[in-house]
Ligand binder design. Structure first.
Ligand code: NAG
Ligand code: NAG
Length: 104
């Protein structure tokens, strides 16, 4: 999906108070893209080097970034990263809200 289409999807879902994670295989939001607004554990078919976590941030929803079972990051308020540090690059994300425990 092209980035413009991603934005359209994000705009459409904003009223539902939903979050979206979009991640790319290369820096600067390029290469292969993965995207979901789902809750749970999601395996990417690549190691992500850039991402956009779009979330209201006050809805109790967070994301954990993982390389396998190793946690590489954690965000609740919206955050974008054009060039994730090598040690923090990830191939799995876990999303959830409220009391949901996010485990890599
Ligand atoms: C990302 O974009 C910036 C700004 O255009 C550029 O300076 C940088 O070299 C790019 N990084 C990569 C890895 O392409
Ligand atoms: C992710 O984990 C694998 C297996 O342990 C390792 O080979 C790889 O270097 C790790 N990648 C990053 C970005 O840490």
């Amino acid at each position: 999906m092209k980035f413009a289409a991603v934005l359209a999807v994000l705009a459409a879902s904003a009223s539902a108070n939903a979050f979206t994670i979009a991640a790319w295989s290369n820096p600067n939001y390029s290469g292969t893209q993965f995207q979901t607004s789902g809750h749970g554990t999601f395996y990417l078919s690549f190691t992500a080097k850039s991402y956009k976590w779009i979330s209201p941030g006050n809805d109790g929803c967070c994301i954990k970034f993982c390389n396998g079972s190793r946690e590489t990051g954690y965000r609740c308020p919206a955050y974008s990263n054009t060039n994730v540090l090598a040690i923090n690059q990830f191939n799995k994300v876990v999303t959830g809200c409220g009391s949901t425990v996010l485990n890599c």
